[in-house]
Design a protein around this ligand. Structure first.
Ligand code: TMP
Length: 214
């Protein structure tokens, strides 16, 4: 049996990843592809508990390195208990954020040493990289306005960050996309929904086709 494909969705807050994940899942199923949607940090019961710790506001101080370790602790559980077993069963995994998020937020946003991120990525998922990463791109101010409109006074620790933090994360994402143009597809997240969906299905149809002729 073929290993499933690993598709990741990335972007700053308010980029529309969650809506896109629902669309991707439906579109893949229409193509006859078995797929599951999951998210980070989280995706397993224990990893969801780590998510709460990583996102909650107002507790004790969490340093950028601690934040990084929490993300990778959750990721280690998720890779081992959900992602790798699903791929081995031949299912596609649609993951709302993965290690590129740590590179963008903790690396570019918070200044964590990229060598530490490389070391942790190698330890946690030595042989796993996304087959395709959809990066939903938009200016930080627009994304943050959307996200805060949704969460109101319940903004989490990240949503409470400044526009300049998200501009750094966005720049980090765009640099990653530039460095790996074959893996990344950059989607204009400000475009009308139908256009976003067209761009997403166009990006994935090549992979689906490869699968069916393999
Ligand atoms: P979400 O908004 O996609 O649900 O993600 C939760 C927050 O976690 C979001 O603000 C980005 C942040 N995050 C990181 O900072 N680093 C990571 O590695 C991941 C997966 C998420």
């Amino acid at each position: 049996m073929n290993r499933g494909r690993f598709i990741t969705l990335e972007g700053i807050e308010g980029a529309g990843k969650t809506t896109a994940a629902t669309f991707v899942l439906r579109w893949l199923r229409e193509q006859g592809v078995a797929a599951l949607a999951t998210r980070e940090p989280g995706g397993t019961p224990l990893a969801e508990r780590i998510r709460q710790i990583a996102l909650e506001r107002g507790g004790e101080a969490v340093s950028p390195v601690t934040e990084t370790l929490l993300m990778f602790a959750a990721r280690a559980l998720h890779v081992q208990n959900v992602i790798l077993p699903a791929l081995a069963r031949g299912e596609w995994v649609i993951c709302d954020r993965f290690t590129d998020a740590t590179r963008a937020y903790q690396g570019s946003g918070r200044g964590v040493d990229p060598r530490l991120l490389d070391t942790l990525a190698t330890a946690v998922h030595p042989e796993l990289e996304p087959d395709c990463t959809l990066l939903f791109d938009l200016p930080a101010a627009a994304g943050l306005a959307r996200a805060r409109g949704r969460s109101g006074s319940n903004a989490d620790r990240f949503e409470a960050e400044t526009v300049s933090f998200f501009e750094k994360a966005r720049a980090g994402y765009l640099a990653l996309a530039k460095a790996e143009p074959n893996r990344f597809r950059v989607v204009d997240a400000l475009a009308p929904l139908a256009e976003v969906e067209r761009a997403v299905s166009a990006a994935l149809s090549g992979l689906v086709h490869k699968e069916t002729v393999a």
